[in-house]
Write a protein that binds this ligand. Structure first.
Ligand code: DQA
Length: 144
């Protein structure tokens, strides 16, 4: 199984970015945890972070040529990007959306995800564990 892991804008700053909201794990630590989890389940990950919407779209388009699923934390693009939503719908790869914080318990503008309707599901609010739960849920879904 090959999975694309996508981290959107500002997630490169994890560890120092508002740790009271997003926790103290760096992105590298989250990625290492995912790689270890994937290793145990014979899964190959390709991991990318970008602050640029177009780069994320290109990675999603590419994944249709090699991948079976996508795990994505779209960051603030969750709430704004029709293009990201369309890309996920266009490639048709099963996608799980994850958030470190509980977006439904925060500001009004964060409560709507434009991405969720084209995803298998959404995991939100468990800090770095959202990624672990998200990957497990995606793999379970794909193996069914
Ligand atoms: C986030 C939530 C978004 O609202 C925010 O813009 C982020 C991070 C999260 O993981 O909790 O950048 O996706």
């Amino acid at each position: 199984m090959r999975i694309l892991i996508l981290h959107g804008p500002n997630l490169n700053l994890l560890g120092t970015r508002q740790p009271e909201i997003y926790g103290r794990w760096t992105l590298a630590e989250i990625n290492d945890m995912l790689i270890e989890q994937a290793h145990k389940t014979n899964t190959e990950l390709r991991i990318m972070q970008s602050n640029h919407e177009g780069a994320l779209l290109d990675a999603i388009h590419d994944a249709r040529l090699w991948g079976q699923g996508i795990l994505i934390n779209p960051g603030a693009l969750t709430h704004t990007s029709y293009a990201l939503r369309d890309a996920i719908a266009a490639v048709g790869l099963p996608t799980v959306e994850v958030h470190l914080s509980n977006i439904h318990a925060r500001e009004e503008f964060r409560r709507q995800s434009l991405i969720a309707p084209v995803c298998v599901g959404q995991i939100s609010g468990f800090g770095w564990r959202s990624y672990r739960l998200g990957l497990a849920a995606l793999l379970d879904h794909l193996l069914e």
